[in-house]
Design a protein around this ligand. Structure first.
Ligand code: 6PG
Length: 250
């Protein structure tokens, strides 16, 4: 069920610190158990603050960066040095500042002329590197997500055919409202991650958070379609949680 474990933080800074702490814990657990930590990053403004925060010695010194394998949940069809590239954002904010081996950074090739080719290459990249869940689907240790004002998550936008994809792990999707192609992991990949953390911050998200948690529209918001086989945690700040009914604040 997409509601999972709802954690409401006092403000954006507290949210970021809590998620950075979860990263430290989840990485240690995965590395102890399996020797590696496979993490999929997202784009967006809240993750940017998280990536910067992770470079602080308080967190960075407690992470075995040489065991971290970095992936992306979605990407824009731009070159890796473009200001809109999720890889570029993560590189500038985090990857340039911590000792993750370059060979362990798996980016989506948004610069390729055909986004379907980029999606196909990323499927092979995931299949070659990730362990499989009990159901035989590639399995991240941690997958970070956000939610857009329209209920999209990763690049799974409302009313796009990719929402029905159950076989392919990664798809190229044309997003009408953006007039742009995106490359995104599909719902089965999200569902089978060991941990999914959804980060939502700011009063601009209060209405969508209320709607996602309290309404059942047809068709559902994309984020409501997540059916976690592992652990799903929502990390929301007070501003974004402001319109949630009291019984959901615990
Ligand atoms: C992207 C994201 C996207 C994002 C949401 C929320 O590449 O844009 O992966 O799904 O998480 O749009 O973004 P904010 O955190 O900026 O609100």
């Amino acid at each position: 069920m997409f509601i999972g474990d709802l954690r409401i933080h006092a403000d954006a800074a507290a949210l970021i610190d809590a998620v950075a702490q979860r990263w430290v814990e989840l990485a240690a657990t995965a590395i102890n158990a399996r020797g590696k930590f496979h993490v999929a990053l997202s784009g967006g403004t809240t993750p940017l603050a998280l990536y910067r925060r992770l470079t602080h010695p308080k967190f960075a010194s407690r992470i075995a960066w040489d065991r971290i394998h970095v992936y992306f949940g979605d990407e824009r069809t731009v070159p890796p040095d473009h200001s809109e590239s999720n890889f570029h954002m993560a590189k500038e904010a985090l990857l340039d500042h911590v000792p993750v081996p370059v060979a362990q950074i798996h980016r989506i090739e948004g610069e390729l002329a055909d986004p379907h080719v980029a999606a196909g290459k990323y499927i092979r990249e995931l299949t070659a590197n990730l362990p499989l869940s009990a159901q035989g689907v590639v399995q991240f240790d941690l997958l970070l997500l956000g939610v857009g004002g329209d209920g999209h998550t990763a690049s799974l936008f409302p009313a796009t055919p990719v929402l029905h994809e159950r076989a392919r792990l990664v798809e190229a999707v044309y997003v009408e409202k953006l007039e742009a192609w995106r490359i995104t992991v599909t719902l089965p990949v999200i569902d089978h991650a060991r941990h999914v953390l959804i980060l939502v911050s700011g009063d601009g998200k209060a209405a969508i958070i209320r709607d996602v948690f309290t309404t059942r529209r047809a068709p559902p918001y994309p984020v409501q379609l997540i059916n976690p086989q592992g652990v799903l945690e929502w990390h929301i700040d007070q501003a974004a949680a402001a319109l949630l009914p009291k019984e959901l604040h615990s």
